[in-house]
Design a protein around this ligand. Structure first.
Ligand SMILES: *Cc1c(COP(=O)(O)O)cnc(C)c1O
Length: 371
């Protein structure tokens, strides 16, 4: 009997995305009490969903018998007002992951190429392979994007470049001037998706106006999410801003009801909740100081981070990340091993509440035999 293989070879060759382990699964696997498990694995906001969004959800629940607004009128209006663009510049996504996938489908044909950086967000490779395109992976410079090398790597068949700023899982940041210098040189027929999932965590002196750039660069699409600082990861909502020709193309591929009603309602409330964002960013800054001080005390190398997570090197041998990760799981602490990113000596830890950070550091000390 010969084995039948279904689907295109590039789909069969896909390695599925590895998500952070759910709390319930770790509790079952290691015989632990769910309530005592600390999850710092998926860069979620440790404050959870903003109360303003929770209240909006309560009001919206009674209307769930109806389809969502396919055009996301209220959310697009709120985003348009916030960013000073008109609604036909905005695409809503089922998380910004959806935006990244749609961009690959909308802008790239099979066997054309997509450029992105080594150690950049795993979804870029998945989206590339999912359309049967060729990935041009550009070696990182000190764990971050090397924009000069990325520019030089663009080939005649390249149609899309993914740039994450700050990047996940490394937390590296590219100053605005450098990104703009890059945009000036990218050929017009190549779309640049600037993925700013963590932009709300940037310090005031690091901020730059990428929305303004979308007016000047017709090939730029800026992608943002409500999953991280806005605290709505479970609802799945993100958005992109770009000029109408790009937006229109993506919109043709978009599933009509890709963002559900609860997500739209909660996002409108969260967008208006500046106080929650400020509190989240402050908590993150304090947590970053606490975690990196602990790493310094332990003599562990880490990559300076501009997001809500830190990449830390937990040992010298190739299995160090997996070994320490297993030790932490047994202690009831879930972080993210990054061997699949080619970083087998490192772990990525999300910055949590002060008490969660302390539990993590204490567990790390025990696992490293440094308690
Ligand atoms: C988390 C993340 C996203 C997407 O998250 P969604 O929940 O799909 O919005 C996109 N890009 C980067 C770099 C991320 O870390």
């Amino acid at each position: 009997m010969s084995a039948t293989s279904y689907g295109p070879s590039y789909v069969r060759a896909l390695a599925p995305y590895i998500a952070g382990k759910p709390i319930a699964e770790v509790a079952r696997e290691f015989g632990l009490d769910e309530a005592r498990i600390v999850k710092l694995a998926s860069n979620e906001n440790p404050l959870g969903m903003p109360p303003s969004a929770q209240a909006a959800l309560q009001r919206a629940v009674s209307d769930l018998g109806r389809y969502p607004d396919a055009n996301g009128f209220d959310l697009k209006s709120a985003l348009a007002a916030r960013y000073g663009v008109s609604e036909d510049w905005i695409t809503l996504g089922n998380g910004s992951n959806d935006i990244l996938e749609m961009a690959a489908h909308a802008f790239v044909e099979r066997d054309q190429s997509i450029v992105f950086a080594q150690y950049s967000f795993a979804v870029y490779a998945l989206a590339t392979q999912g359309v049967g395109a060729r990935a041009i992976v550009v070696p990182a410079k000190r764990y971050g994007h090397d924009l000069d090398a990325m520019l030089a790597a663009i080939e005649p068949d390249t149609r899309l470049v993914f740039v994450a700023n700050p990047n996940n899982p490394t937390g590296t940041f590219i100053p605005g001037e450098q990104i703009e210098a890059f945009l000036k040189q990218v050929p017009q027929h190549v779309v640049v998706v600037l993925d700013e999932a963590y932009t709300e965590y940037l310090a005031a002196d690091q901020r730059y106006d990428s929305i303004e750039w979308t007016r000047r660069y017709p090939n730029l699409m800026v992608s943002r999410t409500f999953s991280k600082a806005y605290g709505l990861a479970g609802l799945r909502v993100g958005f992109a801003i770009a000029q109408p020709p790009l937006t229109d193309l993506v919109n043709r591929l978009r599933q009509p009801f890709n963002v559900n009603s609860l997500a739209q309602t909660a996002a409108v409330a969260a967008l208006a909740d500046i106080e929650f964002l400020t509190r989240s960013a402050e908590l993150n800054t304090a947590g970053y100081k606490a975690l990196t001080a602990a790493f310094d005390a332990l003599g562990l190398e880490y990559v300076p981070s501009h997001g809500n997570f830190v990449l830390v090197r937990v040992g010298d041998e190739d299995g160090a990340g997996a070994r320490v990760n297993l030790g932490l799981l047994k202690e009831g602490v879930i972080v993210r091993p990054v061997g699949n990113y080619g970083l087998p000596q490192w772990l990525r830890v999300t910055i949590g509440l002060p008490a969660e950070n302390e539990v993590f550091v204490a567990a790390l000390r025990r696992v490293l035999g440094r308690a």
